[in-house]
Design a binder for this molecule. Sequence first.
Ligand code: KIV
Length: 264
Amino acid sequence: MAVTINTLREYKEKGEAFSALTSYDATFAQVVSEAGVDVILIGDSLGMVLQGQSSTLPVTMEHMVYHTSCVAQGNKGSLIMADMPFMSYGTIPDALDNAAELMRAGAHMVKLEGTDWMRDTIEALSERGIPVCAHLGLTPQFVNKFGGYKVQGRSEKAAEAMIEHACELEAAGADVILLECVPAPLAARITQAVRAPVIGIGAGCDTDGQVLVVYDMLGLTTGRKPRFVKDFMAESRSIPEAIAAYAKAVKERTFPAEEHTFKA
Ligand code: KIV
């Protein structure tokens, strides 16, 4: 049966963890969905892992629509979440037009990066039938404001603000919250504070779901490996086996382990 937003809500109610992985083409989408991964994210990380850019900022709507339609062709029942790229949701009319394009290309949900300033945009999208994931914490489109890729929410003040933003965005209509690179205790507090399913990356093992960039978990990404990445290919004989091992490890909550987690 196809995964929907209701499936993710049921997982949260039952306390069952769910998995998400990025994919950017039909072949990976098929392998990922057949391995039992619940959510496929067409991340704007494609700017870095496919295009070789040094950030996600050069990614355009044209790129996202193209890769979303490729993924939709290969998908076998996972929920498809597509990133809205940098500045594609700077105004509400832009957000509506651009989200509609991604939904027409095959997305079931769009993901936006930011904080409480996205409230009205999320409300407008949600009221018009577009499910939204609000991405908080280390939001890579803000790398130039952050001055690098840094763990967020480390001070009590920043942690309180993030909890407040998650609650506000849920109230505005966000169906899913995604937390990137936040201390595990803070991610656990946010997961408890909202009814929406919470997906983590570098956010510890207490979120409702986990996501990774597929090339990272296959050990293909060159350069410095982030702390939260595990190379599942190291113990597998094939890509489908590695992806199935990831989905299983997330379900059994054996991934992420202590060594993949930021404590404070
Ligand atoms: O672009 C992406 O792949 C993402 C994940 C890292 C969550 O946003």
